[in-house]
Write a protein of this length. Structure first.
Lengths: 243, 243
């Protein structure tokens, strides 16, 4: 599995993804699931992928190839005039890859499906955040649904639902997401460190700060410990049930 | 879906189940998923069920019927000499019901599967807690895995993993479980109040205290609010991430 979250706040977009992929518990590897395309002063685009690794890597490679040759920039995420167009390109590419594999006459134990979180800003548009389905269609985040999760989403959801705040700082948002990731990692072997982070600041139109949090990161380990203690304390401070 | 948790602590066993069943979002009802069989001074047995409602109700009815006629108390949960025998009876009954339905020549959109949490104490045995699979086999809780969840288990798991303590009081355990249920209910429509609680005290060999927490229960509502606030505070008190 995988765990990725894209979060929209007033200040911009925050992306966080784990790097563990597994095909059974004896075939575990690390792959980057976050990819960005940037053109300073014009656009910054980030995608995170969950699902069949062959599918998601093919999608990323196709998007990449098509954005390299200026003469072949159709459809390119660099040529798209809006984030909606970018989402359409990514969705079409995803659908195309799944269709190609599914029609190849081969059978696979797992399906070729994948989901993608896409976010960014193009020229004078707003920063936008999308969730793209294997069918190539997509939905957009808004005030009511300010974040998307893909992969192993359930363990880390309660804290996001409870503690999200639209005027958080980037640092607070990352802390919240790390707690959500920590809850997931504690409960599910198929999600693991290192964790990739990308922060896109509204109207900056360039790649934002990127961080990789490694398995032995002292801040993450302290946070995990502190959160465990804080949860127990918070629970202890609640009015205990009485019969 | 469903959410049920059976928790083993030093003082005994705590059972908690929701009551929502749904077959699609437009067919939602309330059914009791917790059932007890008690013989004072001799045994107390509790089961909680998740899965196909027709299957689980048939299992409960069969166990019930077979325990009513003293002359037909084989196999009866009242005649079983240990919790292991009770688990075997319940497992066999479950397997039998699923097999009957699956072989009837009919097809159903959903499978007939179900899982059961079983706990209790028989005569001079220890209190024991089991998780019974649709295949009729089962596993037992121990010091390393002191609780079992069935149904919609993921949302409520992180807090259980983090805050369980073997020497909790019953009241503390119920508070912890209510927080776990609250996290699940907040995130998933298919789990809902009322909540049933049964507390079995080690060596009491009789039905323990039973509580039903209704949808408008003021304690539960306060707890849910207080937990939301406590989570935000706990998060605010963590060392915020720095780039």
């Amino acid at each position: 599995m995988t765990y990725c979250v894209g979060l929209q706040i007033d200040r911009g977009l925050v992306f966080m993804s784990d790097t563990r992929t597994n095909s059974g518990v004896d075939n575990v590897s690390s792959f980057k699931k976050m990819h960005t395309w940037n053109l300073e002063g014009d656009r910054s685009i980030t995608i995170m992928t969950a699902g069949n690794l062959a599918t998601t890597q093919a999608v990323v490679s196709l998007i990449d190839e098509r954005s390299k040759e200026p003469s072949e920039r159709t459809p390119s995420v660099y040529a798209a005039k809006s984030m909606f167009q970018v989402a359409t390109i990514v969705g079409d590419t995803l659908k195309e890859v799944i269709k190609t594999h599914a029609n190849s006459g081969q059978r696979a134990d797992s399906t070729f499906n994948a989901s993608i979180i896409l976010g960014g800003q193009v020229a004078d548009g707003e920063p936008r955040l999308f969730l793209i389905y294997p069918e190539g269609n997509f939905i957009e985040a808004g005030a009511d649904t300010p974040f998307f999760q893909i992969g192993e989403t359930k363990y880390g959801r309660p804290i996001l639902v409870r503690a999200y705040d639209t005027d958080m700082t980037f640092e607070q948002a990352i802390t919240l997401l790390l707690v959500s990731f920590d809850s997931t990692i504690k409960a599910n072997l198929s999600v693991g460190l290192p964790i990739d982070v990308h922060v896109y600041e509204t109207d900056s139109l360039k790649e934002g700060q990127k961080v990789r949090i490694e398995a032995d990161d002292p801040y993450f380990n302290d946070l995990s410990m502190a959160w465990g203690v804080a949860l127990r304390e918070a629970l202890g401070n609640l009015d205990t049930f009485r019969f």
